[in-house]
Design a protein around this ligand. Structure first.
Ligand SMILES: [Zn+2]
Length: 67
C-alpha cells in the first residue's frame, strides 16, 4: 500500500500513514487534533507493486501529429 504524508493544521506535525490505494480518509493528528490534510506530490511517496501509473500528457506519441 502507498504511504501518504499528512500535516496537522493545528500543530504542524508532519507524519506518514500507510493507507489502501484510493482511501481518501484522513487520520487524526498523533497529538489528537482533527485538522489534518494530506500532502500531495511530496517527495518520498513510493508506489509499490502493480497499479502505479502516471498521467503525463507530455508523453503523447509523436505519431499523433495530424498535419
Ligand atoms: Zn496536531
Amino acid at each position: 500500500m502507498p504511504i501518504y504524508e499528512f500535516q496537522c493544521d493545528i500543530c504542524g506535525t508532519h507524519f506518514e500513514r500507510r493507507q489502501a490505494f484510493g482511501d481518501a480518509s484522513t487520520p487524526d493528528c498523533p497529538n489528537g487534533h482533527q485538522g489534518v490534510h494530506r500532502i500531495f506530490s511530496a517527495p518520498g511517496i513510493v508506489f509499490k507493486g502493480a497499479g502505479w501509473y502516471v498521467t503525463d500528457s507530455r508523453k503523447s506519441s509523436p505519431a499523433a501529429r495530424s498535419d
